[in-house]
Design a protein around this ligand. Structure first.
Ligand SMILES: CC(C)(COP(=O)(O)OP(=O)(O)OC[C@H]1O[C@@H](n2cnc3c(N)ncnc32)[C@H](O)[C@@H]1OP(=O)(O)O)[C@@H](O)C(=O)NCCC(=O)NCCS
Length: 187
């Protein structure tokens, strides 16, 4: 079952395997929030720092540089969200709490990526649907989700989730997803 959980040290082993996969396949992770941590240190100590950093980004008390906005980072897992230990890391998802001028033009509220070996199993579609619900809980009535013009997988993911196309700006297709009429999340 596809779940969204907060970054957690207990997922380190499968996360580290996924990190290696992104590198080996030359796939750029989206929605991971770790540009400043490259190359990623997947040791226990490194993972702890990364988890702490990601969790802090959601905290309104955390001061952020420039027009950076607060963001809840999730790790997409295949497993029961109440038993993080038994789940496996399958991807990243970022839920930005507001839109800076750049996010409004190009970045959107939600970014995500699925580890290469677990693609085409529906994880991105289910994770995005869960994230849209979480966006509604944050008071976001319409979530902006964008993708590169030539990213068919992401385009289909967004359209499948009910994204309504607005326009394309700087090569990014921009979609709005209404958060209000979501069915309750299955526990
Ligand atoms: C985009 C991405 C997250 C999709 O993840 P995923 O878990 O494979 O997606 P899903 O299995 O939920 O598939 C969603 C839809 O995309 C389609 N799809 C998936 N991979 C595809 C591909 N390589 N080519 C064409 N369509 C593809 C699926 O068939 C499905 O469409 P459907 O519902 O019409 O059948 C994944 O390919 C990825 O991580 N890419 C790199 C990072 C990235 O581009 N992130 C998005 C930034 S906007």
């Amino acid at each position: 079952v596809t779940s969204l959980v907060r970054p957690d040290l207990r997922l380190r082993e499968s996360w580290a395997a996924a990190v290696a996969e992104f590198v080996d396949t030359g796939s750029t992770p989206h929605g991971y929030g770790l540009w400043d941590f490259e190359p990623l240190d997947v040791t226990e100590e490194g993972c702890r720092k990364i988890v702490d950093h990601l969790l802090a980004q959601a905290d309104p008390a955390t001061e952020l540089p420039g027009d950076w906005v607060h963001c809840t980072y999730y790790w997409i897992t295949d497993g029961d969200p109440s038993e993080v230990d038994s789940g496996e890391f399958v991807g990243y998802l970022a839920l930005r709490h507001s839109l800076s001028p750049w996010l409004l033009e190009e970045g959107g509220h939600i970014g995500y990526s699925v580890r290469p070996s677990r693609r085409r199993e529906g994880h991105a579609s289910r994770a995005l649907a869960l994230a849209v619900r979480r966006a509604g809980e944050l008071g976001i009535e319409r979530a902006l989700v964008t993708c590169d013009d030539d990213n068919e997988a992401s385009r289909r993911t967004i359209e499948r989730c009910g994204g309504v196309y607005e326009d394309t700006r700087n090569g990014k297709r921009r979609y709005w997803v209404v958060t209000a009429d979501r069915a309750p999340e299955k526990e």
